[in-house]
Write a protein that binds this ligand. Structure first.
Ligand SMILES: [Zn+2]
Length: 418
């Protein structure tokens, strides 16, 4: 038909080779930046195609062979309320460990009480769990026919399970939240977030160490991390000189992360990685961001009232300002990112669609943003370019309808090199 070869197209001979190919693709499936649910096997000999013929609508010489679903059946051993960084309390199912498409799963989120009640999932239930992409496994449904007698729904906790503080349901949200200012769970999650890879990236400083630091009373907030000594770490169980050294080096190295990472690491509500980048490039320093008025915040494209207010609230809190000052006193100095106002893509909006083979979606987004452009999720009249990989669907159609420039991945890279 003269159609371009798709990235995974492969000509194989014999049923064993077909089987091998199916397995190979099945194994790489997890690492693909998009979802696939199987492979299509086609007989390429025209003679054989004629012999095989057609069914009502589909040819007998082309069949779809689906992969097994990324679902598994297991038992909910317990349902435990878990307190997150912002105080939101989530019911988490502790599962009898089960393999779902090659990964052992022992926990799954039930999202919130409303959802858990709607799906009617109870302790002891036999359930279907599912993994999709990078998302935390979720419980799809309970097999109620297997429900044990006396199984009850977990009630909404009367108080925070970790600190006993009052719990509120925020109007307009399904979430329930602990209001405790010194809730140990919130402090733990805040520090874990601060040290994490996309934030300050303190390599090796995982949940286990952070929990030990808290248990030993060595840290009470993120600033304390920068005052730890070798002796502090040596108080840990199973800690050696080398490991302590590595952890101290990881903390030291984090002192000069980019400003956007630092802003993201602070864990301001509604400020994710992308918003942190916007704030970093608009204000250029924590001092400026701290003093920003609501009006100034709102003047940034993509910053709405919710974010503006959240940023203001965060910096108005003297405790937060003190933590930041203590970090600066310890030598933390976020690196100022160059403003790319003169970037190649300044003011341009890109949409990436289809199966990308030259770069991941995350990379593409970074490349566009580094050049001052913007990567959007959907095509509109405001879109300047659509970069289409193989099997691009509705977004490509829409781009053509609207007359938006369509680029291949190579053309995009060429544009980037200028
Ligand atoms: Zn609490």
């Amino acid at each position: 038909m003269g159609a371009a070869r798709k990235p995974f197209d492969q000509k194989v001979a014999g049923i064993d080779a077909v089987l091998a190919y199916y397995r190979e693709i099945g194994e790489t499936r997890e690492s693909l930046p998009y979802e696939i649910d199987g492979v299509v096997i086609k007989v390429d000999s025209f003679d054989l195609q004629r012999d095989l013929g057609e069914k009502t609508r589909s040819p007998r010489w082309a069949i779809a062979w689906k992969f097994p679903p990324r679902q598994a059946v297991t038992v909910v051993e317990d349902i435990v309320p878990q307190v997150g960084r912002t105080g939101v309390i989530t019911p988490v199912a502790h599962l009898k460990p089960v393999e779902v498409s090659g990964v052992m799963v022992s926990r799954a989120t039930l999202h919130n009480w409303e959802e858990m009640e709607k799906k009617d999932i109870r302790k002891g239930d036999t359930v279907v769990v599912e993994r999709a992409g990078d998302v935390i496994p979720a419980v799809v449904k309970a097999m109620t026919e297997k429900r044990l007698e006396g199984a009850e729904l977990l009630a909404v906790p009367a108080a925070c399970p970790e600190c006993g503080s009052e719990i509120v349901k925020i109007p307009g949200e399904v979430a329930i939240r602990c209001l405790g200012l010194t809730c140990p769970a919130q402090i733990r999650e805040t520090i874990i977030h601060f040290a994490s890879r996309h934030a300050m990236d303190m390599e090796g400083m995982g949940d286990k160490y952070i929990e030990q630091l808290l248990r030993l009373g060595l840290v009470k907030n993120v600033a304390d991390l920068y005052y730890l000594t070798r002796d502090d770490f040596m108080r840990f169980e199973r800690m050696g000189d080398k490991l302590a050294e590595n952890l101290l080096n990881a903390i030291e190295a984090s002192k000069h992360r980019e400003l956007s990472r630092f802003i993201y690491a602070l864990g301001i509500r509604h400020v994710g990685e992308h918003t942190a980048k916007l704030l970093a490039s608009a204000f250029g320093s924590i001092e400026h961001l701290e003093k920003a008025t609501e009006e100034e915040l709102l003047s940034i494209r993509e910053v709405g009232p919710q974010v503006a207010q959240s940023v203001r609230t965060f910096f108005r809190n003297p405790a937060n300002r003190e933590v930041i000052e203590r970090m600066f006193a310890a030598g933390v100095k976020p690196a100022v990112e160059e403003k790319r106002l003169g970037g190649r893509f300044t003011g341009k909006t890109f949409v990436f669609t289809g199966a990308l083979t030259r770069f991941t979606r995350d990379d593409a987004k970074n490349m566009v943003e580094n050049e001052g452009g913007h990567a959007a999720g959907s095509v509109s009249k405001k879109t300047d370019y659509v970069v289409a990989g193989a099997e691009a669907g509705s977004k490509l159609d829409k781009a053509r309808q609207l007359g938006v420039n369509v680029l291949t991945e190579d053309e995009f890279l060429k544009m980037l090199e200028g």
